[in-house]
Design a protein around this ligand. Structure first.
Ligand code: PLP
Length: 378
């Protein structure tokens, strides 16, 4: 049996997405910038999808910029804040994805942007008291706090955080929503947020495509200069297959959102309950309260004396794919920068199981059975 429980790293592409893309691979090949019928066909498809995506988050079409994925979207948000909005300070945490963390570090080097890290508690929640205190200064500031942590699933109260930022004209708010877009509803007007990001491959869409929501009154200097695509925000012939796939992936994600949420949450809760029964010393990393924790992610710490460092390898031998951190750091010897910020990680093996609407009950049963056997050394 092959069981894929690494959906926070990437998800399998949905069949309907492939069907939607296919005519643009085989038949409609026009360059969207061409003014003839071939070009108009693909340009039209891009704009239909842009409008559809904007509608899902209650944005306007001209507030959506297609990007090569979450990393680029985060990059544009942070760099635009510093270069165009003249932000002098970025407030974030040490447990953001590297797309934010390393970009902030780069802006410190290139532009002298100050970086302030909020402390995070033992569950990965950033200190809102510190945020409130820091924002009293008149420095132009970008607050960049992820909606849900990709490794431990802890969720930010995004609406309350937006309210705090919105009290100040000199404060902008970016939230990396790569792990939550398509899994929760967003209304950017109600949130009053400045930047949101999305990556299609996390929601059964193609890799190499995503978008940045950016409040329309911001002027943005392109990171990629060239043609006037994306209203001159990003040069280069558009990734038409990606955009169509992303639009379809969003359709599918939001068509039955509540059912998906309930179903996947059920799988996670079942796995938590059963794992806890195996040994009392097994613990979970990050928030476990379903209202504060991403329902697609379960990060488990096994004491090393019951599960040695070969745990992931043993699961892999049984056909079960999970991860030892985020995809971006798994396989790397430096380990997880997120777990490094949490207390009591010594002598423990952390495994991230992440689910999707395609995960089945049988797959969870099989995984639990194999974990039980590994623990018992069978
Ligand atoms: N932000 C978060 C929270 C992520 O989990 C990821 C991918 O793992 C990214 C950003 C980067 O997205 P992409 O792979 O589309 O560049």
């Amino acid at each position: 049996m092959k069981v894929y429980l690494d959906n926070a790293a990437t998800t399998p592409i949905a069949k309907e997405v492939i069907t939607e893309i296919e005519p643009y691979l085989s038949t409609y090949f026009g360059n969207p910038s061409s003014t003839h019928a071939f070009g108009r066909k693909t340009k039209n498809a891009i704009e239909i999808n842009r409008k559809k995506i904007a509608d899902f988050i209650n944005a306007k079409s001209n507030e959506i910029i297609f990007t090569s994925g979450g990393t680029e979207a985060d990059n544009i948000a942070l760099r635009c804040a510093v270069i165009d909005l003249k932000v002098e300070r970025i407030i974030t945490t040490k447990i953001e994805h590297h797309a934010v963390g390393h970009t902030a570090q780069d802006l410190l080097k290139s532009n002298g942007t100050e970086i302030v890290f909020l402390s995070t508690d033992e569950l990965g929640n950033p200190s809102i008291e510190e945020l409130n205190e820091l924002l009293k200064s008149s420095k132009r500031t970008l607050v960049s706090l992820m909606h849900a942590n990709n490794e431990i699933g802890t969720m930010l109260p995004i609406s309350e955080t937006a309210d705090i930022c919105n009290q100040y004209d000199h404060v902008f708010f970016h939230s990396d929503t790569v792990q939550t877009m398509g899994h929760y509803s967003f209304d950017v007007k109600e949130l009053g947020i400045d930047f949101l990001t999305c990556s299609a491959h996390k929601i059964h869409g193609p890799k190499g495509i995503g978008f940045l929501y950016v409040k329309k009154d911001f002027k943005i200097s392109p990171l990629i200069t060239g043609g006037s695509q994306e209203r001159s925000h990003r040069g280069g012939t558009e990734n038409i297959y990606g955009i169509i796939g992303l639009g379809k992936a969003m359709d599918l994600a939001y068509a039955n959102l509540e059912n998906h949420q309930e179903y996947v949450q059920g799988l996670k809760l079942k796995m938590m309950k059963e794992i806890q029964l195996m040994d009392k010393r097994i613990s979970f990393n990050g928030e476990t309260d379903p209202d504060k924790s991403l329902y697609t992610v379960l990060n488990v710490s096994f004491p090393e004396d019951i599960c040695n460092s070969m745990l992931l390898f043993s699961l892999d031998i049984h056909g079960i794919a999970a991860s030892g951190g985020s995809a971006c750091s798994s396989g790397s010897s430096i380990g997880s920068h997120v777990l490094a910020e949490l207390p009591n990680q010594e002598n423990k093996q952390a495994v991230r199981f992440s689910f999707s609407r395609f995960t089945t009950n049988e797959e969870i049963e099989y995984t639990l059975e194999k974990i039980r056997a590994i623990i018992k050394n069978e």
